[in-house]
Design a protein. Structure first.
Length: 186
């Protein structure tokens, strides 16, 4: 995993002891402190406590965060890629494709036909299937939310006093060019 890490993450890892480094690398992938402690060479008997202690160490948490960031940047689709893929899949909705499958050849008696070698004879058959886009769109929807590609709908309701409503109605009746009388603030 070191080959895909940024210089910053590699330097942070170098600042850890060997087993701490192994723990951090394993923990960044598994998020399981006990298993990471065992994988790093700590005693299985005390791995629960050791893993908990290491996972809560500020220095190791910082290294794990850098590793996770590097992994994210290396493997996550950009927002532009996400939008493009959503567009492609949306255009594919309702479309079908032809797929060639192999299935056993069936004789007149309804039984599979056997070849000279005693194996079931397979024959190709073309079928039409819809594109499986629902799961892909669901995954892309999650990515779009991660990239904040959606705008949350916010609605506000403004409530005004009856006195303010009468003042606005009066203003509207007089037209917007009519002078507004200043009232005493008392």
């Amino acid at each position: 995993m070191d080959g895909t890490l940024s210089q910053e993450a590699q330097e942070a890892l170098a600042g850890l002891k060997i087993r701490q480094r192994a723990f951090a690398l394993h923990y960044a992938q598994s998020n399981n402190a006990m298993q990471s402690a065992i994988a790093a060479g700590y005693s299985p008997k005390s791995a629960g406590k050791t893993g908990h202690r290491l996972a809560n160490s500020a220095k190791i948490r910082a290294v794990v965060a850098l590793i996770a960031r590097d992994h994210w940047e290396a493997h996550m689709m950009s927002s532009e890629e996400t939008q493009g893929r959503i567009g492609e899949l949306t255009r594919m909705l309702g479309q079908t494709r032809r797929v060639l499958i192999r299935e056993p050849k069936v004789g007149e008696d309804g039984r599979p036909v056997l070849g000279e070698d005693g194996e079931v004879v397979m024959e190709p058959r073309a079928i039409t299937v819809p594109y499986a886009t629902a799961n892909q769109l669901a995954a892309l929807d999650k990515l779009a939310r991660i990239h904040s590609l959606y705008v949350e709908r916010v609605q506000h309701e403004l409530s005004i006093s009856e006195e303010m409503r009468e003042w606005l109605d009066d203003l509207q009746r007089r037209g917007s060019r009519a002078p507004i009388k200043k009232q005493d603030a008392g």
